[in-house]
Design a protein around this ligand. Structure first.
Ligand SMILES: [Zn+2]
Length: 349
């Protein structure tokens, strides 16, 4: 998690956003969640916008899948390198240079590596793509082609600059990210795919939710045929109205003996709600893994602690929910012009 492109600041934009979603958006009463069935030998694929989202959303699920003889692959798309206040605190300086942002990004990627090592005892396949923080939504709506990559206002780079990253030098454009995700899907053949909900209140999170649906659509149409029926699980990290409880507190609270359900005002959209339940040992490992994101612990320990609960819950989509997504993206690109007339403010959680 990091910066937020606050799409939902104005009621009008909120209404536009709702009208553009694929789904029936009437807010339904919270559905009673079902317990997610994890079979033996599942292949779990997790998509995370920033280093820490893979653990906040699914550290328990990763352990459960591995305990059942399954495999886990995590893809962290950006380096989370534009969290200005946190970097100032981390480096003890107020004026930051591109080199400072790059140093911080390199450190955050290493934190994801350390957490994956702890969670999977060396058996998690981790892809660190190393894109710029804040680039995902922008690549989707404004920088789709390789000839017009997104350039970070912070690192100054329009390509992946990190030593830790998988494809150093890769251009920061939507088409390349879409192709990269499709290649990962085809290689992994996941039976469970975990990704951010398109309704998330963060531009990178919502944008990656869109890219995930595009990649699911591509993969099922092009390579997987009709036999593959992966479970599609959307998580929420950024919401409004103080969710999750304790995330904005001054000190970190221990909620680990309590369940956390998805926000009541998250539209149901004909999805089902599914949860996994963690053992005390699995909860303890999640807490230990989150402790390894030292830069984020320094910046917002209460926020991270607010995701350590006795369960992890998701909106479960159907494969058909990924169809027609390209039209939605086109509509987004159209609406983006309107957004340009109403400059969006950025704020930090
Ligand atoms: Zn994030």
């Amino acid at each position: 998690m990091t910066r937020v492109l606050c799409l939902f600041r104005k009621p009008l934009l909120w209404a536009v956003w709702l009208s553009l979603t694929l789904y029936t958006t009437s807010v339904s009463a919270q559905q009673v969640p079902q317990t997610l069935t994890i079979s033996r030998g599942e292949r779990l694929l997790i998509l995370a916008p920033h280093p820490d989202d893979e653990t906040l959303s699914a550290a328990g699920l990763q352990q459960i899948v591995q305990a059942q003889g399954g495999s886990v692959r995590s893809v962290v798309v950006t380096a989370g390198d534009a969290y200005v206040e946190a970097i100032q605190r981390y480096l003890h300086k107020s004026r930051l240079s591109p080199a400072d942002f790059l140093q911080y990004g390199e450190k955050r990627l290493q934190e994801s590596r350390d957490a994956a090592q702890l969670l999977g005892k060396g058996f998690i396949h981790l892809d660190l793509l190393g894109f710029s923080d804040g680039s995902i939504y922008t690549m989707l709506v404004k920088h789709w082609q390789r000839s017009n990559p997104d350039r970070s206002d912070f690192t100054g780079r329009n390509h992946v600059p990190y030593q830790e990253a998988e494809d150093r030098g890769m251009a920061q454009d939507g088409e390349d990210l879409r192709r990269e995700l499709l290649a990962i899907f085809s290689e992994t053949r996941p039976t469970i795919i975990v990704f951010p909900d398109v309704m998330e209140n963060d531009s990178d999170h919502a944008g990656l939710g869109m890219f995930a649906l595009l990649a699911v659509h591509d993969w099922l149409e092009t390579y997987a045929g009709h036999s593959a029926q992966p479970k599609l699980l959307a998580y929420v990290i950024h919401w409004q109205n103080g969710w999750p409880p304790g995330s904005s507190a001054d000190t970190a609270f221990d909620f680990s003996d309590q369940p956390l359900y998805l926000p009541d005002d998250l539209p149901l959209r004909n999805h089902t709600r599914s949860c996994v339940y963690l053992s005390p040992a699995q909860i303890a490992v999640k807490r230990q893994a989150l402790a390894l994101y030292t830069t984020q612990q320094q910046a917002m320990a209460p926020f991270l602690a607010a995701f350590v609960h006795s369960n992890e819950c998701y909106s479960q989509l159907k494969a058909a929910d990924s169809h027609g997504i390209e039209n939605v993206v086109k509509q987004w690109q159209h609406v983006r012009k309107t957004f340009d007339l109403h400059p969006l403010t950025r704020r930090k959680i």
